[in-house]
Design a protein around this ligand. Sequence first.
Ligand code: CU
Length: 326
Amino acid sequence: MAAAPFVKLALSDSGQAATGTGQGSGDGMEGMETTVPAGEPMSHASMIGDAVQAVGGPKDLDALLYPPRALPGQPGRVREYEVTAFDRDLEVFPGITFAAWTYNGTVPGPIIRATEGDLLRVKFTNAGSMAHTIHFHGIHPANMDGVFEIVNTGESFTYEFPASPAGFHLYHCHVSPLKKHIHKGLYGAFIIDPPEPRPPAQELVMVMNGFDTDGDGGNNFYSVNGRPFYYAKYPIRVSRSQTVRIYLANLTEFDQINSIHLHGDFFRYYPTGSTDSYEYTDTVMLCQGQRGIIEIDFANTGLFMFHAHQSEFTELGWMGFFEVVD
Ligand SMILES: [Cu+2]
């Protein structure tokens, strides 16, 4: 690909936002400009609401944030999903486009949810420019693993297996070069509910990721659910009266770890969501592919920040706020 000018978002040591320019080759970088408010102090107060630069309207990410309802176990039930892979340019930050490979047009892909014991049937169609598959985490036969059956452009494959074990999992493409197929956007959240559903809660899904928008093998932006700074522009409103349950997964490529830190409260963290044992903390660290379930019972109302505790990731988009109300 031809060299193209790009603008790199950075924060100076004085805490002021600035834009820098450079030369690089990469995906979708042609002719873009950022308009980060240079010279203005970046207090957290200026990082909420309309002052925040993030792509999209207030409901754009609802389908990725709010999972479908949990269903109690029912013998013989089939849960069917259709997933289509296709290439799509996504504006991830105002003026900055990422040439994504998507499942169903979004990064991350759609939330897939089933109850333990359901027969999960996922019809996968590859309408993209490269061969892809879907590899699910969890228990399934070897011929449903998304490794051996390569689905070429124009082909389909149906994955079918009993959903197990209960917990929070993920799915992603498993075609080589793996790093590229994952980083380009082919991943998503996969919830398997226990037959007796978890107690009622305000349920949210957060998939942590990064975007290498200049093609240099390192991330230029970080987010949950694919839009840097989005939940700072649109804080997530929750009620203090009911537990907030977050299904959290790390699909960040290139960086070894990612993390989440909650301000003003503690939460229970259930690794992989597969046992009853939990850690009571305000920060958890996840390697790529690790995931778990967070349950928060907010003690107070108000605005509470959440963000990666890698400060660099925070300042490049992986941050947001809960608005806790009565
Ligand atoms: Cu792929």
